[in-house]
Each structure stands twice: as structure tokens, then as C-alpha cells.
Design a protein. Sequence first.
Length: 98
Amino acid sequence: MEKKGYLYIVASRRNGTLYTGVTSDLVRRIWEHREGVISGFTKKYGCKTLVYFEVFDDVVVAIQREKAVKEWKRAWKLKMIEEVNPSWRDLWNDICSP
């Protein structure tokens, strides 16, 4: 049985530092970024704002998508974010709502 997967991008601020990741539990993972409970890139650069995510029925497909997006030019990632979230609104409440 496949497990859902999520590609996500967190940012330090609008047009700031971006981090692209993948997870099978989006709420837990974004909470970890927001609270800074795991040392690493996102904690060092203050990437706490969820600005983009995609949902996949299979985590393997999400991992493939993450690998592809990580290869993209920064401008392409900015365009992708702004197409669905032009104000760079924090999407945290969207994923926490029932």
C-alpha cells in the first residue's frame, strides 16, 4: 500500500532563502521547521514559512518530484510559488484546518 507524500517549500521571507523538501507527514514536518526542533539548513537560515506544497498519492513519486525541483533554477521555483501563492502567504493554517 502506497503512502501519501508531499513536496514542500519553506522560505525565510518573501524572495528569501528557500528550502525544498519531501515528507509523508506535512503537518508534523512543517511544525518541526517552525519550531526549529531539528538542526540543519532550515534552522540556520530561518526557513519557517510554508509557501508551497504538492500532494502525491505515493511518497516515491513525491521524492522523484523533489529531486527534479531541487535541480531547478531559483527563478523557476519563485515562478512556481508565485503562480499559486502570489502574496507568499504562510500556508500553515491551510494544512492544519480539518
